[in-house]
Design a protein around this ligand. Structure first.
Ligand code: SF4
Length: 342
């Protein structure tokens, strides 16, 4: 049986035609599922009994079950832990910031990138998520928000997993999130974060949609980057930056570089100087993220003064920076922490 939320509108129309039904029914079902949040074909009262029976015998949902939610003390972050059909677990984070309702989704169980500072990478990749397993993270959180008269407004692919290593699911999920019959979240409000899978960046630049792209940089040179992101060995930093430039040129989107500051490892003066040289002349923003401690990892968050000095050096070289204190420290906000807890 197929997962309904893995279907794009076009695929749903095609199924209708092949099943002897009118294609416009597809948009009606999308409205039930994504606008009304209805997850039962039997409750779709404007469909014939016959069509409902056909849908019930061909499709299933939901694919994930919420087994835990955790609210941060500041009330600005809510973490959702999901159990999948095979009992594996992933998590999503809802970030409440002014009028924004951003969902940070997972795209894999575990992650192949094995970043030194990340809980998700600790045990490597377990499996890819299906498009439905990604879309349903948003669907369930959207239903949760609707009860308060709110809707999901932004999506970031920054949860567990490397999006470019589950490319087909990424593209399908973006299509469904962006579709006016489904969530209708604009391309400008969708952000994909990668550790720098060059062929993935180049493929994404060729897609008909233009989403924001973020590179998890975390080091100013290849040598140090390989230590922080073991996966980075596969791709020379120069080639990744070139692919990012091509993406910016092709799509007109600004590029963001994320830099997690790890005390004593990548937060020194010379690292800031080298980073400024590396990004010199680029239309970009560096998002500085003070490390969020993960149990069992011997890494530390830099002092506030060190972070400010790092930022000052970049700004002095005319590099735009933002500085983000990771929200939800008290609810294990670093990605993968909750899913790894027993
Ligand atoms: S930080 Fe992101 S890319 Fe790195 S291991 Fe964690 S989930 Fe994977």
């Amino acid at each position: 049986m197929q997962e309904f939320c893995s279907l794009s509108l076009e695929e749903c129309k095609q199924w209708m035609e092949e099943s002897g039904e009118k294609p416009f029914r597809a948009a009606q079902i999308f409205d039930w599922v994504y606008q009304k949040g209805c997850l039962s074909f039997d409750a779709m009262t404007n469909m014939s009994k016959d069509l409902r029976a056909k849908l019930n015998s061909s499709f299933c949902f939901p694919s994930l079950k919420c087994i835990r939610t955790l609210n941060s003390e500041d009330g600005e972050t809510i973490k959702f832990l999901w159990e999948l059909r095979d009992q594996k677990r992933v998590e999503s984070v809802l970030i409440l910031s002014k009028e924004r309702r951003t969902v940070c989704v997972s795209i894999q169980v575990g992650c192949p990138a094995r970043c030194a500072f990340c809980a998700s990478g600790k045990e490597g990749l377990k499996r890819n998520l299906t498009p439905a397993e990604v879309v349903e993270q948003v669907l369930h959180i959207d239903r949760f928000l609707k009860e308060k008269g709110e809707r999901v407004s932004h999506i970031v692919f920054m949860g567990m997993g490397e999006p470019m290593e589950n490319y087909e699911t990424l593209v399908k999920a973006i299509q469904i999130l962006n579709d006016p019959s489904a969530f209708h979240i604009s391309q400008r409000r969708i952000t994909v974060s990668t550790v720098g899978v060059v062929e993935g960046i180049r493929k994404l630049a060729q897609e008909p949609f233009k989403v924001n792209l973020v590179l998890s940089l975390h080091a100013p040179n290849q040598h140090l980057r390989k230590k922080i992101i073991p996966y980075a060995r596969k791709y020379p930093l120069e080639e990744i930056l070139m692919a990012m430039d091509e993406y910016a040129e092709k799509t007109g989107r600004d590029i963001t570089y994320e830099y997690t500051l790890l005390s004593g490892l990548n937060d020194q003066r010379e690292h800031a100087e080298e980073l400024a040289q590396l990004l010199s002349g680029k239309q970009c923003t560096v998002n500085l993220i003070p490390y969020n401690p993960v149990e069992g990892l011997r890494l530390h968050r830099p002092e506030k003064q060190a972070i400010e000095e790092f930022r000052f050096i970049l700004e002095d070289h005319r590099i735009n920076t933002t500085w983000r204190y990771t929200k939800g420290k008290d609810i294990a906000a670093a990605c993968g922490q909750l899913a790894l807890q027993k």
